[in-house]
Every structure is written in structure tokens, then in C-alpha cells.
Ligand binder design. Structure first.
Ligand code: NAD
Length: 351
């Protein structure tokens, strides 16, 4: 029987982006590293794979965010070097961290390191947990006026005494690299309007789908979660890509039944392993945004990170899946770098 996968020339992906799980038949290898398996509608769901691969069970393809992000970062490094040489412009990102949350501090540190690795200047302000709103606003205002800063990021969540709306509104939209300003979100929601920036995590999800040639147009997509920073903008982006989008949230009745209709699932609920086999349509493409710590005595830290999607179950049913870690997380950081470079180019008109 004919193998129903299609191969396309690899013009965007770095070599080795396509990886398969251990249960893949050894007969089924990508023969040429310059070719990547694509997830075009013609690709059959796994039940067909079983037939196509002569009874061998094939598990889902891994959407390798780490490799794709590395490719993006490599290209940004070259572009930043060009901007520096030709226009004497070095992109700059300012990060404001409030409080002592360990996870926030780690995210900020990762972003700082990522900036350094591609040649973006990073500026950091760390404020005490009990700082006043005016103090944060003062730093935002300073960065808004600073020509060496092209992106401003306020690490969320903020302490409960701070009104995040006031803070996010204060970032000038030309430097709103997180894409959280209401004007940028508003433009994202309206057809015929273009936001200056799209929020990094949902943008990373769509970019990953694009890189693997997943056909979004006309597909049923379910987004689990409706937060301002992930779920809501992800649903807007999918609509812009002409998907039929359903949003499932904590008050949704029958989330499992709804999710099972989806060709594409983006899950951002923050609930470990919530999406099990019975939530998934065979052949679906799964993007797992969730990052959830679960106890693990075998890990030296005593815990490990898992997604919202039960990976072990999902990879036997889905056509493709993002791992946690190594899926959406690195794409988020890559999109932040990309947004910062885009901002610097726009502000200094260097093309
Ligand atoms: P949030 O808490 O602001 O929003 C969670 C959303 O999930 C809410 O809209 C809620 O209605 C929905 N939800 C909660 N329980 C549900 C349930 N049982 N069924 C259906 N929907 C449910 O969280 P967030 O900031 O959007 O983040 C979501 C997850 O994504 C977290 O695990 C977070 O750590 C992770 N995250 C990852 C990245 C990344 O780069 N990979 C970036 C941001 C957030």
C-alpha cells in the first residue's frame, strides 16, 4: 500500500527537526535530511499509518520547538549583526521584574541570556514585591523615552496590589513586544487592522504550525484556556488563519466532547495531563502550552515539568505533538527576540 505521507523540500526547517518516538518502525525514517514530513490534510491519521506501515504502530511526530527556535535565533543573530554594521543599530530589550517569584526570576534570566546570545542589549529593573505602582510606571516611562530600548516587557504576574491594566497601558505600543497593550490586542481582534506586535506564546504556536506546514485553513481548532496572554490571542490568531475556532475554558460544559472534534488543539489551561486520550481525535495536531510542575522523586529536583496534554497517551493517537519541555517554551522566547528586532528595525527604519 502507498505511504500516505508527503515530503516537501526543507526550506525553512533546520536539519533534524523531524524526530520520531521510539515506537516508530525503523523502516520509517526520513531518508533525506533535507526533507521534512508535513502535516498537510492529505496525511492520514494514525489508524491509516498502521496499514500504511504494514501493521507497525507509528506514534506522533514531535513538533520540535527547540530546533525551530534555534533556527530562528541563528537567523536573528545574522540580522542583528547586519543592522549593527549597516545602520549602527543594536536592538534593546528592557525587562521589569517585580517581586521574588522564583519562576518569574527564571523566565527573566532565560530571556536575558537569550538576548545576549543573539546580540540584543538587555536592560533589567528588579523591584521589591511591595513597590508602589508609580515606581513601575516611572521605569516604563523612562524606557518609553530611551532610544536604545526597542522593547519593554513587564514580567507577569504582578503582585496583587498592582493594577496590571495601568501597567500594560503605560507601555508605548511601538515598544510593546509582548503584544499585551489593548491597542495591539484590539487590532489583532479586528479584520483589516494589523497589530504592531502579536503576543509571543500564541505567535510561537502558529509559527511552529507553519514551520511544519500544518494546514490551518478550514480546520476545526479548539483552544483550551482564554487568558489574555495565551488562550484569547491564540484563538484570534487561529481565526486569522481561517480556522473554525472553539474556545474551551473552566466553565465549559463537556470540554472533552468539544475538544474531541478538533483537528488542531492548543491547550493553555495550566492543568497537568488534563487532556487524555479520550479528548483527542485520531490524527489531530496538538500544541501544548501548559508548563506544570508535578512531583517526581526520580528527578533530583523532586519535580518535573509536564504539559496539559497527557503526552504518553496523546502520542499514540495524534498526528503531531509538541513536547514539554522543548515545544512552545523555546518558541515563546524566540518570538520575543523576533519582536524586539522587528521593533528596532521599524523605529530606525533599517531594512
Ligand atoms: P491562566 O491561569 O491565566 O489561564 C488558564 C485558562 O485555562 C483560563 O482561561 C481557564 O478558564 C482555563 N482553564 C482552567 N482550568 C480549566 C479546565 N479544567 N478546563 C478547561 N479550561 C480550563 O494561565 P495562562 O497564563 O494562560 O497559562 C496557561 C498555561 O500555560 C500555564 O501552565 C502556564 O505556565 C503556561 N504558559 C506557558 C508559556 C510558554 O511559553 N510555554 C507561556 C505562558 C504560559
Amino acid at each position: 500500500m502507498m505511504i500516505q505521507l508527503r515530503f516537501l523540500p526543507l526550506n525553512k526547517l533546520p536539519n533534524g527537526v523531524v524526530r520520531f518516538h521510539r515506537s516508530v518502525s525503523p523502516n520509517f525514517q526520513v531518508q533525506n535530511p533535507n526533507f521534512a514530513t508535513t502535516l498537510i490534510t492529505r496525511v492520514s491519521p494514525p489508524s491509516h499509518y498502521t496499514t500504511a506501515f504494514m501493521g507497525t504502530k507509528v506514534s506522533a511526530m514531535v513538533l520540535d520547538g527547540k530546533s525551530v527556535a534555534e533556527d530562528i535565533r541563528d537567523k536573528l543573530t545574522i540580522e542583528i549583526s547586519r543592522m549593527k554594521n549597516k545602520f549602527s543599530v543594536v536592538p534593546g530589550l528592557a525587562v521589569i521584574l517585580v517581586g521574588e517569584r522564583k519562576d518569574s526570576a527564571t523566565y527573566v534570566e532565560n530571556k536575558k541570556e537569550a538576548c545576549e546570545s543573539v546580540g540584543i542589549n538587555s536592560y533589567e529593573v528588579c523591584l521589591r514585591q511591595d513597590c508602589r505602582e508609580e515606581e513601575i510606571l516611572k521605569h516604563i516611562s523612562r524606557f518609553n523615552d530611551d532610544p536604545s530600548v526597542h522593547g519593554i516587557l513587564v514580567q507577569l504576574p504582578l503582585p496583587s496590589h498592582i493594577n496590571d491594566r495601568n501597567i500594560l497601558n503605560a507601555v508605548c505600543i511601538e515598544k510593546d513586544v509582548d503584544g499585551f497593550h489593548p491597542l495591539n490586542i484590539g487590532r489583532l481582534a479586528m479584520s483589516g487592522r494589523e497589530p504592531l506586535f502579536v503576543p509571543c506564546t500564541p505567535k510561537g504556536c502558529i509559527e511552529l504550525l507553519r514551520r511544519y506546514n500544518v494546514n490551518i485553513k478550514g480546520k476545526n481548532a479548539v483552544v483550551i484556556g482564554r487568558s489574555n496572554i495565551v488562550g484569547m490571542p491564540a484563538s484570534l490568531l487561529l481565526q486569522r488563519e481561517d480556522a473554525a475556532v472553539t474556545v474551551v475554558h473552566s466553565r465549559t460544559k463537556n470540554p472533552e466532547e468539544i475538544t474531541r472534534q478538533a483537528d488542531i488543539i492548543i491547550s493553555a489551561a495550566g492543568k497537568p495531563n488534563m487532556v487524555t486520550a479520550s479528548w483527542i481525535k485520531p490524527g489531530a495536531v496538538l500544541i501544548d502550552v501548559g508548563i506544570n510542575p508535578v512531583e517526581d522523586s526520580t528527578d533530583p529536583r523532586g519535580y518535573r515539568m509536564v504539559g496539559d496534554i497527557c503526552y504518553e497517551e496523546a502520542c499514540k493517537i495524534a498526528l503531531a505533538i509538541t513536547p514539554v519541555p522543548g515545544g512552545v517554551g523555546p518558541m515563546t522566547v524566540a518570538m520575543l527576540l523576533l519582536n524586539t528586532v522587528t521593533s528596532a528595525k521599524r523605529i530606525h527604519k533599517c531594512n
